[in-house]
Ligand binder design. Sequence first.
Ligand code: UDP
Length: 240
Amino acid sequence: MNERVKILGVNVDSVTMAQAVERVEQLIAAKKNSIVATANAEMLLRATNDDELKNILNAAELVVPDGAGTVWAARHLGYEMPERVAGFDLVQELMKIAPSKGYKFFLFGSAPTIADKAKLKAEELYPNIEIVGTRNGYFTAADESEIIAQIKNSKPDILLAALGVPKQEKWLAAHKDELNVPVNIGVGGTFDVMAGVVKRAPKWMQRAKLEWLFRAMLQPSRASRLIALPKFVFKVVRSK
Ligand code: UDP
């Protein structure tokens, strides 16, 4: 097991991308309906005011350090944190090995047609990948049993849920035993990026730890969420 680092009350795994992929492969083999979360600063900040989310994260089998903020916080608190493991990149790494390992995916979430476009993109990038189903993320309580049946019956190894934080984490935690999928990952805006409707920051901006700024510039509706970053930094500094 890897070291777990406590940031604002949430245990985050101190893992490299390669170790995260290896852990997911172990979880697929273990078939225990696991939850994998990708913790960025915004999610960790939210967990300080949302005990349900905090408990889900602390019970998750793997919580990867998504975002420069999470890596900074771990190091500031005096822990080892080898690198950032972005949710989008983790999905790509898993999709890359999926054809040879036989891992099947279900893409659940995002606006209508987005998950289908992400599926086409995955099939183009990773030949022979098996995406066994898609479903958009806009539904009512009345649709849930049908969605659960659709996912369960298609028997994926990995369910990617893109419903936004904390909806995706709460939905997965509530339904994981009915879904009976070995690995369930909340992936936020991953399908939007794969479908080409939202752009990922250029590599230089990712390296300069400025991906958050790029996302705010591109989607001004997200700009109000920027306040989470200084709040997160303040809370981490105070928690030391
Ligand atoms: N979404 C969804 N159902 C909802 C709310 C959101 O499928 O009820 C989708 C939304 O279309 C988007 C994703 O969830 O594709 C959230 O993306 P965002 O980048 O906001 O993720 P976060 O930053 O919350 O992880």
